[in-house]
Unconditional design. Structure first.
Lengths: 142, 142
DNA sequence: TCAACAGTTTGGAATCGTTCCAAACTAAAA
DNA sequence: TTTTAGTTTGGAACGATTCCAAACTGTTGA
């Protein structure tokens, strides 16, 4: 039999709270998605979230999923992780951390930010400021 | 008036040489592309190389560009740099180095490998081996 | 309370970069 | 040469994402 692990979702009020705090109008769809994204640290794709919303009985148009994901990212509720062309993940962990990326199956695994360290980043070109330093440790089945 | 800087391309024999060394049959198209990629350190997209080949009077089908770019990458003649979904660059610099990525205009700038250093990469999950550590320093116009 | 408006959602079409395909071609081996 | 295995081609197909204009809905303030 299939073991189904319970996913910790947010309560509606809590979700509304977060949206307001981020300056986003708490629409039905945004609240639903905020609830689904919940509290746990997750790496999810637009397609995946779309499917989940459907299963959870609160279908949201794919276009809205994309809009929302980008708005959430803008509002620092999510962080976008780019690992390959055509493979974009959204990470509910917005804290300081990096990732292992398994090229074989496209899996992402967190690396705690206090474990890894990047030293020697040169001064950015004139008129530019560092926004973020992304580290992707590409691993392969050995 | 427009100043046109001369791009250093490879001689045909030199290109053939490289291809043979990499175990690739030196076809007309591969030689042309190897010549265009030349010696200088460049960051180029498939689309861009396709255009360049056309301008240089040796048009190559886009499908061939993709094939070739991947074969060259496989053969370590190029390195693929992923910075955003749907934006894949090929780097003629296959040595140890990392990149600045300007989110505003999609530009890549090299960071010498001996300047930057990543410490504290945890042991990869069981059965996995580190293939490469990619660092992308995202910068924005300030 | 409700009208009005600005912001949001929607499905479907459009676009983008990339890959696939089967037929035509070509470098290298025999 | 001929043969053959590897390569190239244009166009169709693809998956992910964005665009669009019409319908809808939080929010504001009368």
């Amino acid at each position: 039999m299939k073991v189904s692990r319970k996913r910790k979702t947010l309560g509606a009020e809590e979700a509304v709270e977060r949206l307001r705090a981020a300056g986003l109008r708490p629409t039905r769809q945004r609240v639903a998605l905020a609830q689904l994204l919940g509290d746990a640290h997750r790496h999810i794709s637009a397609e995946g979230l779309h499917r989940e919303a459907g299963k959870a009985g609160m279908p949201v148009a794919l276009a809205t999923i994309y809009n929302t994901l980008h708005q959430f990212t803008e509002a620092k509720l999510l962080r976008e992780v780019v690992v390959g062309s055509g493979r974009s993940y959204f990470d509910t962990n917005t804290g300081d951390h990096q990732h292992f990326y398994c090229e074989d199956d496209g899996t992402l695994i967190d690396i705690e930010g206090n474990a890894i360290e990047v030293a020697g980043v040169p001064t950015p070109p004139k008129g530019m400021a560092v926004d973020r330093v992304d580290v992707v440790v590409r691993v392969k089945r050995s």
